[in-house]
Design a protein around this ligand. Sequence first.
Ligand SMILES: [Zn+2]
Ligand SMILES: [Zn+2]
Ligand SMILES: [Zn+2]
Length: 329
Amino acid sequence: MPVRKAKEEVEMFRVWLRQNGLKRTYQKELILETFLGAEGHLSVDDIYTLVKKKDRRVGSVTVFRTLKSLAACGIAREVTLGDGLTRFEHGHRHPPHHHIVCTRCGRVIEFASPELERMQDEIMRKYDFQPDRHWIKTCGVCSNCRENRKGGEERPCDTERVFARDAVKMALATEVRLMEFFQQAAAANQDAAGREVFERIARLKEANIATLGEELDDVVRGEEDVAKAPVFLHFSLDEVEQNIPSLTRLTARPPAQGGRPVVEMALDAEAAAKLARFLTVTAATFFKDYAAKFPDTRGRRILLGFAGQQESHGDLDSNSYLSAWDSKS
Ligand SMILES: [Zn+2]
Ligand SMILES: [Zn+2]
Ligand SMILES: [Zn+2]
């Protein structure tokens, strides 16, 4: 995979150099290759040291200028993390994010939060301001340092992979919640045809959970660092939960004479399919809005793919719903 990505970036860089009337040289491309081969937030010196191992003739000024060019064409992003140094991280196909920096051990945690972006957009609108970019940097002391623990070796890893990991986790959590809802609805529903609709959509969800599980394995396969990296994408299941009706509210009937409320419902096939459609379309919209905050990355494609699946799970009326299932099984 890194090979494909590097190719794209090499091409971007060549185009940029041409457009700016600059020469393409072996040294510049060696610096690009070295930069792409290293994850994390690297200073000019860090990259200079790495480049020197490959070719002693490359000077630090060339490294600095090339990194600036990479930032100008979007391959790199410049960040400062509180130690006064300008640092560079991968920019192309890497989701923008915020940084939490421990000022004692230098540990850096990266995170993204679409909720935070939404708030930011709202505030900028109030000032009638059009931001190019923004990032939040929080400096402080991490829990390891506060408790005098030695943190485990934490190597910087590919932000795009960690984002993809969290996107699958987010889809999984949502799908599990939806499956549970439909299973419970099936158990409570008195109408046989309606119950069947719920049972079938619950099985669709179950199958999709297995697929998402495989996708998660695929994202972290062979990358222990990616599997262990701190949460990157902040997502609260509460946001999904808001759209899932409470089954007790749907099913409770007032007690006949004095007793406890009767927990049952009787949705026919059409009503059951309508409810299923409402929930899956709501989930699809939520995931599409979430994805809209990110540039094209594997994580974004996962979020959009999940939205598409939800749409297909819901894009069926009760009849075609049943026949679509029949033709599949
Ligand atoms: Zn620390
Ligand atoms: Zn970063
Ligand atoms: Zn990277």
